[in-house]
Design a binder for this molecule. Structure first.
Ligand code: ADP
Ligand code: MG
Length: 292
């Protein structure tokens, strides 16, 4: 592409709040045939809300919420924020858990009132000898509704399940349809559980979903697609997404995302709207078409 065509393309992008960090990113974007989307904060708003509070048999709902809030207070995860908002709304503002630790892709641990607490997905509970049946909740049914079931155990006993749901952004569905109309395959990657991810895939007409991905494996999924001959754009917002954004042929960061995602990307969407990602690829195509 000529310098003038690139300048015009970059300028048009800027008018839409699409920042191409280099001429190369604008040129390469037209070759992309696969788009990999992070779920939380990219396809969805990333501001989940508590939808269900399900104490385990014999457990008290208020104690479930109090212990959960204490466990989640030190966490920076959007799921933790949802639980703290709900607890606050019910007048519960417990002190943070002691000895807080994050278990990547699973949840958090610590001590509440001197007793060990586990907060996370079913994988975390199973790693500690508890099964879904011990909680007496139909976690699969929650996940089939697109909700994320979070499990809480305290002092070695199941305390309950708190379901959290995150709203899909208003334009995500249209953007996915447009990608597919451009002949681009759409893949969603998430650390969330398989059923929840599958429910969202079905709602949005996404071609393929890879769920229960550990943070460090997102980059590997992008590399595997590249090895299969695909030209891959990755779109994400989180710390977890940064290596995959750097690895992709074109990394696209959501403007409202974390600094590290924005630094690792080639293109930044200032309005955090997936339709602007479609516009970015259309711009690249038209810049290349005009000069060839
Ligand atoms: P993603 O951002 O793609 O959802 P994460 O690796 O951040 O991926 O989270 C993966 C899963 O681990 C979550 O869906 C949740 O089940 C569990 N998890 C992570 N952090 C927490 C937390 N603070 N409390 C409870 N569960 C958590
Ligand atoms: Mg995310």
């Amino acid at each position: 592409a000529t310098p003038t065509a690139i300048m015009v393309g970059t300028g048009k992008g800027a008018e839409h709040g699409i920042l191409f960090k280099s001429a190369e990113s604008l040129e390469v974007a037209h070759t992309v045939n696969t788009v990999v989307l992070d779920k939380t904060g990219t396809v969805t708003e990333g501001k989940p809300e508590v939808t269900d509070l399900l104490p385990a048999p014999g457990a008290d709902p208020r104690e479930l919420l109090r212990v959960a809030a204490a466990a989640e207070r030190p966490s920076e995860h959007p799921l933790a924020a949802a639980i703290l908002r709900r607890a606050g709304a019910e007048g519960l503002e417990p002190d943070a858990a002691a000895g807080f630790e994050t278990v990547p892709g699973q949840g958090v641990t610590g001590q509440v009132d001197g007793q060990p607490v586990l907060a996370g997905n079913l994988r975390m509970m199973e790693a500690n000898g508890l099964s879904a049946a011990d909680f007496g909740a139909d976690a699969d049914a929650l996940a089939n509704e697109g909700k994320t079931p979070l499990f809480f155990a305290w002092a070695g006993r199941p305390l309950g399940v708190i379901a959290v749901a995150d709203v899909v952004k208003p334009t995500s569905r249209a953007a996915i349809e447009e990608f597919r109309a451009l002949g681009v395959d759409v893949v969603m990657l998430t650390g969330d559980n398989r059923r929840t991810a599958e429910a969202i895939r079905g709602q949005l007409g996404i071609d393929r979903v890879v769920a229960e991905v550990l943070p460090q494996d997102k980059e590997r999924e992008v590399a595997a697609l590249q090895q299969a001959g695909k030209k891959v754009a990755m779109i994400g917002d989180g710390i977890n997404d940064a290596p995959a954004l750097a690895r992709a042929d074109v990394g696209v960061a959501i403007g409202a995302g974390t600094d590290i995602a924005i630094e690792s990307a080639d293109v930044v969407l200032m309005k955090s709207d997936l339709l602007d990602a479609v516009t970015a690829f259309q711009l690249s195509r038209s810049v290349i078409r005009n000069i060839k």
